[in-house]
Design a protein around this ligand. Structure first.
Ligand SMILES: Cc1cc2nc3c(=O)[nH]c(=O)nc-3n(C[C@H](O)[C@H](O)[C@H](O)COP(=O)(O)OP(=O)(O)OC[C@H]3O[C@@H](n4cnc5c(N)ncnc54)[C@H](O)[C@@H]3O)c2cc1C
Length: 327
């Protein structure tokens, strides 16, 4: 059977593995200690935070068909909120639940989706691939020097700037991959003993150093105490990514307090996480990065607009093309 190595256990890598598992022998390599990538859940007992993707929407039929079994098993559920928009610190719009396109979340955490997809798949976690070499077949070497041999194909699903570090310059799409720019984001996580009396559970913000405020514990199946998840704007994170993290946290707390009219510095739990490659700044022209000569491919949300649905559709399109070339 054809042997395929997939680098990355985010939604793209796991979806590709899932879609290929009847056709090939798959092994996934993931540098983190768990699966999910940017669709993960941070645990800080008694609090839980979806500190990457907050929810996702579904437009494409293949994605709808893919998630339907998970909806049937209640691993994916809809999240209905009182939703508002801010322009700076001005509230400009409120919407009823019924006005919104369905927002889907993993239950009890965003990472439940990845955990489900990872079942029955060979995954090496805590394994950062550092080098790829092709002789007759592909050989992968991790940063400890361990070698993994005999792969017919390699699919890299790391964010584009990390993929470019790993893939050889001879990769047919190398220049296009290199041109993809991604932007940063800070996630501020706040855990409380007592709920805040807010008039909404989710908010998008523009013209602000913040882009999102949500009551994370309001999502379905979350039994944990009250939590808030706040995201910075991409502009703020790009400009301050290497600044002192306590300073960043203080600034995000003070902006959140000002906008909500509540002092969130009184939270019992506070931490901030920085995502260097959170979302796309640019989108490539090609939608599928498949080098049939070298039997090498790359995919991820960055191929198709930088969202959860884009991560799945990028994997779906790649697998469709791989099957067409006779895998
Ligand atoms: C803060 C934030 C908020 C977001 N909010 C939303 C939202 O509300 N809705 C939405 O639709 N999308 C949202 N997104 C985007 C969404 O999370 C991503 O589009 C999606 O999860 C990307 O999946 P992926 O598989 O392409 O990449 P990733 O999830 O990044 O997976 C790539 C994986 O590759 C691994 N990896 C990288 N290099 C190596 C290596 N050398 N060796 C081994 N493993 C490696 C990484 O550890 C990672 O697990 C958000 C993202 C962030 C960061």
């Amino acid at each position: 059977m054809t042997k395929i190595a997939i680098i990355g256990a985010g939604l793209s890598g796991l979806s590709a593995a899932h879609l290929l598992k009847q056709h090939a022998d798959i092994t996934i390599f993931e540098k983190a200690r768990g699966v999910g990538g940017r669709m993960s859940t941070r645990r800080a007992e008694p609090y839980f935070f979806d500190h990457g993707a907050q929810y996702f929407t579904v437009r494409a039929k293949p994605f709808q068909a893919f998630i339907q079994p998970l909806i049937d098993q209640h691993i994916i559920q809809t999240w209905q909120t009182r939703y508002v928009k801010f322009f700076g610190d001005q509230l400009i719009e409120s919407q009823n639940d019924d006005d919104q396109q369905s927002r889907y979340v993993g239950v009890p955490g965003m990472n439940s989706i990845a955990k489900h997809l990872a079942q029955d798949t060979a995954i090496h976690i805590n394994t950062r691939i550092a080098r790829l070499e092709q002789q007759d077949k592909w050989q992968l070497t991790d940063e400890q020097g361990n070698k993994y041999d005999n792969f017919d194909w390699v699919i890299c699903t790391a964010p584009a700037p990390q993929a470019v570090e790993l893939l050889p310059k001879t990769f047919a799409y190398y220049d296009e991959l290199k041109a993809v720019k991604m932007r940063a984001c800070f996630s501020l996580m706040l855990g409380f003993d007592t709920p805040l009396p807010l008039d909404f559970e989710s908010a998008h913000l523009t013209h602000s150093d913040l882009s999102w405020i949500a009551v994370n514990s309001h999502k379905p199946g979350r039994d944990e105490p009250y939590t808030l998840m706040v995201h910075s704007s991409a502009a703020y994170a790009d400009a301050h990514f290497y600044a002192d993290r306590d300073m960043v946290m203080d600034h995000l707390i003070s902006e959140t307090s000002r906008i909500l009219g509540h002092d969130v510095s009184l939270a019992q739990y506070k931490t901030v996480h920085g995502w260097l490659y959170a979302n796309n700044a640019t989108q490539p022209e090609s939608a599928v990065f498949l080098d049939t000569q070298q039997q090498l491919a790359a995919c991820g949300d960055w191929c198709l607009g930088g969202r959860v649905e884009g991560a799945f559709m990028a994997a779906f399109n790649l697998v469709t093309k791989l099957k067409a070339v006779g895998l």
